[in-house]
Write a protein that binds this ligand. Structure first.
Ligand code: ACO
Length: 324
């Protein structure tokens, strides 16, 4: 039996904010952003009718259509997000309500930009043990609500969007072959977006709404050491030659990070597909959006080996080997 991705989908808002547009909001320019990040433009939500739940639902419906499954067949929905529209109900229950997946168990998962990988991992465990048969895993983010639009060091990096996959345990070989995930809470302060302050009869928080704050260079160093290390670990664990991997589908944070990862793995950049120039960093959504792009452009053939890998706040990281 194999645990396979049988459908993909994605959704991106129509609003495009290119680097020139951002230079009218903060003291920045296209040259700085392009050289340091590779990002040219990003998509931004048009408002509360295009939030995390809406985008997650659209991506999910497209993935279900691609897979040819109905909502009644879905028995688990996992939404990876760090930017839900509400604390309660969670995003996955709202998606369930929207699509009518009445049989599904639903929960959200927050591992920041690594969230989709953690979601796949969790789906794999449910499917492997027989606790679920058909699973929707969605990565969806509206990071534009968590960014301080007067902070040029962060607002240029992020974008909104959602990606989804349908997984099923089925006869045959391939599918998810192996995965590694990890976390280091001792480095959590490197990348934060704090919640509401405590307001109760004993305490009146004076904290105002918090925004994404980041030590960019520390995140950069963490990414370029951790991602190659865990990719090498998974290759070794599965006795797979790096040259047998068709694509490394990596979290789309920064072109320079991807180039350094390629160098450290000794692979050509044409094995590292990229769409961050158009979408920026969409956190938990970036890997499923890119996977959907590869799938819809007919770049994935049965038997192709892929590594999905990324890193994010927490700190968190993961790598998954898949045979398509
Ligand atoms: N436009 C123009 N100048 C800027 C901008 C901007 N948008 N932002 C910062 N600067 C200035 C700084 O003020 C600083 O000026 P100074 O030298 O006068 O003090 C100068 O540019 C250099 O700033 P650094 O922060 O040192 O720039 P760096 O080369 O480290 O690049 C960057 C910053 C792009 C954020 C880089 O550190 C990076 O990519 N890090 C990884 C970040 C990342 O990927 N985060 C998300 C991953 S985790 C997740 O996905 C949730």
């Amino acid at each position: 039996m194999a645990i396979k991705i049988i459908g993909t989908g994605s959704y991106l808002p129509e609003n495009v904010a290119d680097n020139h547009f951002l230079s009218t909001i903060v003291d920045t320019n296209d040259e700085w952003i392009s050289q340091r990040t590779g990002i040219k433009e990003r998509r931004l939500s048009s408002g509360s009718n295009e939030g995390t739940t809406f985008m997650a639902t659209q991506a999910a419906m497209r993935a279900m259509e691609d897979a040819g499954v109905t909502a009644e067949e879905i028995d688990l929905i996992i939404v990876a997000t760090a930017s839900a529209d509400s604390y309660v109900p969670n995003t996955s229950c709202q998606v369930q309500g929207e699509i009518g997946a009445i049989r599904a168990t639903c929960f959200d998962l927050n591992a920041a930009c690594s969230g989709f990988l953690f979601g796949l991992n969790t789906a794999d465990a449910y499917l492997e043990t027989g606790m679920a048969k058909t699973v929707l895993v969605i990565g969806a983010e509206t990071l534009s609500r968590e960014v301080d639009w007067s902070d040029r060091s962060t607002c240029i990096l992020f974008g909104d969007g959602a990606g989804a996959v349908v997984l099923r345990k089925m006869d045959g070989k391939g599918g998810i072959l192996a995965s590694v995930t990890g976390s280091d809470g001792t480095q959590g302060e490197v990348l934060t977006c704090k919640g509401r302050g405590i307001q109760n009869p004993f305490h009146k928080s004076r904290r105002k709404k918090d925004y994404i704050q980041m030590n960019g260079q520390a995140v950069f160093r963490f990414a370029v050491t951790t991602v190659p290390k865990y990719i090498k670990q998974i290759l070794k664990k599965t006795n797979t030659d790096v040259n047998d991997i068709k694509f490394f589908v990596l979290h789309q944070a920064n072109r320079r990070i991807l180039e350094l990862i390629a160098k450290r793995l000794k692979v050509d950049m044409d094995k590292i597909p990229m769409n961050l120039d158009h979408y920026g960093n969409t956190s938990a959504a970036s890997i499923p959006i890119l996977l959907d792009e590869l799938n819809k452009n007919d770049l994935l053939d049965e038997g192709d080996k892929l590594i999905l890998s990324g890193f994010g706040g927490g700190l968190t990281w993961g790598a998954i080997l898949i045979e398509w």
